[in-house]
Structures are given as structure tokens and as C-alpha cells.
Ligand binder design. Structure first.
Ligand SMILES: [Zn+2]
Length: 298
């Protein structure tokens, strides 16, 4: 029986999956993301109506890049034509019922915490390493309540001053408008920038992870990430860190991060467990569906 549905709202495609009570996928619908705002609202509405054909009272959640201002209801997003627009309330209004909205990296984290590589851990930090660097925190199977919806934007915390000084790293302007964010040198494109700064002519992440001559680049990358994770341990101290995104598929990423974290953790404290995500392509929709189910239970 259909238990919930999730809409994965991406910059290029919108994907809806209907889940059975054992979380297997019953049905999937995929369409291209429209360019304009009104067309976007109409397209998401179509997906919501389609999900409701599986079951008329099914819980449906939307996982989306960006943040929703909790006071004004407007969105900020680099990947959708919705910045400054109240996308969640416009969709709920058109649909005639409240629709749960969750950031896509928080949806990934919830999906992994409840049904993936985070199962059995009390607190799970999701860390998606792709073109950006972001994630979320789930405690006892639910996302941490937060003020702005930005809990998990680790990529926009400062690079470790110690690592910057040691390797004379550049402080670059980030897409968020600030300078020296971790993401500028540690997400996928950031690793390529890091390699170039260190004198390597590598053009893509895979080359850096597989060409032995790039090993020093990976050592510095691991130091940057180790310092970030040590800072996260000193604030939220999760049991387990689940890695997702393209960079997590590179060789020995869990080993590199575990060793680097060990070297910089507060003395006397233990490293978290590092795991690779299990969810695959349905993670975003599954996390949005889980968030909707949780919201429907009040
Ligand atoms: Zn930033």
C-alpha cells in the first residue's frame, strides 16, 4: 500500500516517487524543471496531484535546494527560479492543503538516518559533498529543529585558520557572498581549485583522487575536512557521519576523513563512524516523504 510520496525538486528535473509501507518505490514520475516561477508552481502542483492518484490522503513532501525564510515565507535558492518568492505557500495554496517543504540536503540526511547508513545511530550528520558542501543533522530519527532552516550548511563555515596558515591557502569569495568558506576549497570544484593552488594541473576531482602525483592535494583536502569535522564534533558531536554526493564515491574517502579527523579532534575524544550513503537516487524523495509523514503525525 502507498504510504507516502516525495518530490525531489532539482535544478534540471522534478522527480516524484510514491513509496510503499516497506519503502520500496511503487511509482516514479519525472519531468523537466520549468524556467519560470509560475510554470514551476504549476509543474509541482501536477506532481502533487499525480501522487494523490496513488492514494487520496497520501502524505507528500517536497525536497528542494535553498532555504525558506520562516518569517516572510520567501525562498533563497541558486538552482530554481524562486528566489524572493513564497514557493511553499504558493504551492500549498494551489494544492488546497499544506505541503511539507524540506531542504534537499536535510532530506538526504533524514533518509539516511531512518532508512540508510545512519540506522542504529542516535545522532547522524549527513554530509553531501558535490558541487557544494552541505548536509544536516538528525537526532533519534528526526531532523534538528532550527531557526532558519540552515542547520547543515557546513560548507559556509570558515576554513580552519591553522590549515590556511600552514599551507598558505587562498581566501576566495564564496557563492554565498562571503570569503574563505570551506566550500571554496573542499567541495568538488573547490578540490580542483585547491589542486591548482598547490601547483597541480588537474581539471577534475576524479583525476585528483586517482593520480598518485596528486596525493599531496588530497592530504591538504583531508586536513581541511578534518578540521571542519573536528569543529562539528565540538559543537554537535554526532555518533555517525554519512557521506553522500559525487566526492563520496572517490577512493578511500571514509578512511581519509577518519584519519584526518583523528589527528585534530579534542584530546581524549573518539571519532564518529564514517559511512557512505546507501540511499541512491531515491534518497531526496524518500527524505521528503519521511518529513511529510512526520509532519502529518503532528
Ligand atoms: Zn559560503
Amino acid at each position: 500500500m502507498a504510504v507516502a510520496a516525495g518530490i525531489d525538486l532539482g535544478g534540471t528535473k522534478i522527480e516524484t516517487r510514491v513509496f510503499a509501507d516497506d519503502w520500496s518505490v511503487l511509482d516514479t514520475r519525472r519531468t523537466a524543471t520549468p524556467d519560470g516561477y509560475d510554470a514551476l508552481v504549476a509543474e509541482v502542483l501536477d506532481h502533487l496531484k499525480w501522487a494523490r492518484t496513488a492514494r487520496s490522503d497520501i502524505a507528500v513532501g517536497v525536497g528542494s535546494p535553498g532555504f525558506v525564510d520562516r518569517v516572510t515565507g520567501t525562498m533563497t535558492t541558486a538552482n530554481l527560479p524562486a528566489t524572493g518568492r513564497p514557493l511553499p505557500s504558493d504551492i500549498s495554496e494551489a494544492f488546497g492543503a499544506p505541503v511539507t517543504f524540506v531542504n534537499d540536503c536535510r532530506a538526504f540526511t533524514l533518509s539516511e538516518a531512518v532508512l540508510g547508513a545512519g540506522q542504529g545511530a542516535r545522532s547522524v550528520m549527513g554530509l553531501v559533498m558535490g558541487t557544494g558542501l552541505a548536509g544536516g543533522l538528525a537526532v533519534n530519527g528526526v531532523l534538528l529543529p532550527d531557526l532558519n532552516g540552515i542547520a547543515g550548511e557546513y560548507g559556509h563555515t570558515p576554513l580552519s585558520a591553522e590549515v590556511v596558515a600552514k599551507h598558505n591557502l587562498p581566501l576566495l569569495t564564496c557563492g554565498c557572498g562571503r570569503t574563505g568558506c570551506v566550500e571554496t576549497l573542499a567541495a568538488g570544484p573547490g578540490i580542483v581549485r585547491l589542486a591548482q593552488h598547490l601547483g597541480h594541473d588537474a581539471r577534475d576531482t576524479r583525476t585528483i583522487f586517482t593520480d598518485p602525483s596528486c596525493a599531496p592535494v588530497l592530504d591538504v583536502w583531508a586536513e581541511i575536512m578534518g578540521a571542519l569535522i573536528a569543529a562539528l564534533m565540538a559543537t554537535i558531536d554526532p555518533d555517525r557521519i554519512v557521506l553522500g554526493g559525487g566526492v563520496s564515491n572517490m577512493p578511500d574517502v571514509t578512511g581519509r576523513l577518519a584519519r584526518a579527523t583523528d589527528q585534530t579532534l579534542l584530546r581524549g575524544s573518539r571519532s564518529p563512524e564514517f559511512r557512505i550513503a546507501q540511499g541512491g537516487p531515491e534518497s531526496g524523495a524518500r527524505g521528503a516523504a519521511l518529513a511529510a509523514l512526520e509532519a502529518s503525525r503532528g
